[in-house]
Ligand binder design. Structure first.
Ligand code: NAP
Length: 276
């Protein structure tokens, strides 16, 4: 088994994830895994970094596929005995103009952004080694999406007591409510992407709390963040930040030094803790 530190970035064949891997290749003292659901797209991305003189390793990972997540888990366990840095970056968003029915958009978006990310956490968080760093990529849309929720929902999402089970039930209810066309009546905003990222942000707070309760002595720091508005296939060419600039806050959180005692359980933008 290798003692080399290891970092894993989900959805990193392009966009912000690719830029996070590029930065980690330069700054992380260990093996950096670029992962992708499509093996050829992933290997092409690794080759692109190689042309820049950077060495990333590749492992297949489709966060919608539990078998794929577990294959990565078993690989990390066997080869490294765990992992040191996990960046949950993979995500999807329907374009504003997309005419796919809202209930379908809700189901598909929540499946990857919330349930897929959660499944990765469920399988990989127990493997994170002491002084490990976990970064969940959320979005700035959480603020407007949260304001668009009923007072009752806002209170639940802002609660320091909400459990993972309760959060999963709420995310499931959102999808069910869109299918019955009652989501607005039930207090949800009209944004599947926004609700999915509220889910990621609240999940991060719950996971940080669980680490405090169960693994206090392990000094693991876990946060969510917004990368900013970044020029990728998701956000388009008019966005204000380059992918490398979008990677800055996630990379800052992934590389928090071993003597740092925070941030932990926070949501950050431009390397700054945001109020929620
Ligand atoms: P992007 O260019 O569309 O890249 C998304 C990445 O996620 C791709 O590598 C994609 O793989 C991967 N992915 C999607 N579904 C996956 C799955 N089931 N399993 C594994 N990988 C999967 O988007 P981006 O702008 O870089 O976004 C990265 C993250 O930042 C997302 O979580 C996004 O919500 C968040 N974000 C972006 C912005 C922005 O302005 N761009 C702002 C706020 C937050 P494929 O190539 O196979 O599709």
């Amino acid at each position: 088994m290798s003692n080399t530190p290891v970092a894993v970035v989900t959805g990193s064949n392009k966009g912000i994830g690719f830029a996070i891997v590029r930065a980690l290749c330069k700054q992380f003292p260990g093996d950096v895994y670029l992962t992708a659901r499509d093996t050829s797209r992933g290997q092409e991305a690794v080759a692109k970094l190689q042309e820049e003189g950077l060495r990333a390793l590749f492992h297949q990972l489709d966060i919608d596929d539990l078998q794929s997540i577990r294959a990565l888990r078993d690989f990390l366990k066997e080869k490294y005995g765990g992992l040191n840095v996990l960046v949950n970056n993979a995500g999807i968003a329907f374009k504003v103009k997309d005419t796919t029915p809202f209930a379908v958009q809700a189901e598909v978006t929540l499946k990857t952004n919330f349930f897929g990310t959660r499944n990765v956490c469920t399988e990989l968080l127990p493997l994170v080694k002491p002084y490990g760093r976990v970064v969940n990529v959320s979005s700035m849309v959480i603020n407007s999406a949260l304001r668009g929720c009923s007072q009752e929902l806002q209170q639940k999402f802002r609660s320091d007591m909400i459990t993972e089970d309760e959060l999963v039930k709420l995310m499931t209810k959102f999808v069910e409510d869109t299918k019955k066309s009652v989501h607005e009546k039930e207090g949800w905003p009209n944004t599947a992407y926004g609700v999915s990222k509220i889910g990621v942000t609240v999940l991060s707070k719950i996971q940080a709390r669980m680490l405090n309760e169960k693994r206090k002595g392990d000094h693991i720091l876990l946060n969510s963040c917004c990368p900013g508005w970044v020029r990728t296939d998701m956000a388009g060419p008019n966005a204000t930040k380059s992918p490398d600039e979008g990677a800055e806050t996630p990379v800052y959180l992934a590389l928090l030094p071993s003597d740092a005692d925070g941030p932990h359980g926070q949501h950050l933008s431009d390397k700054t803790v945001q109020t929620w």
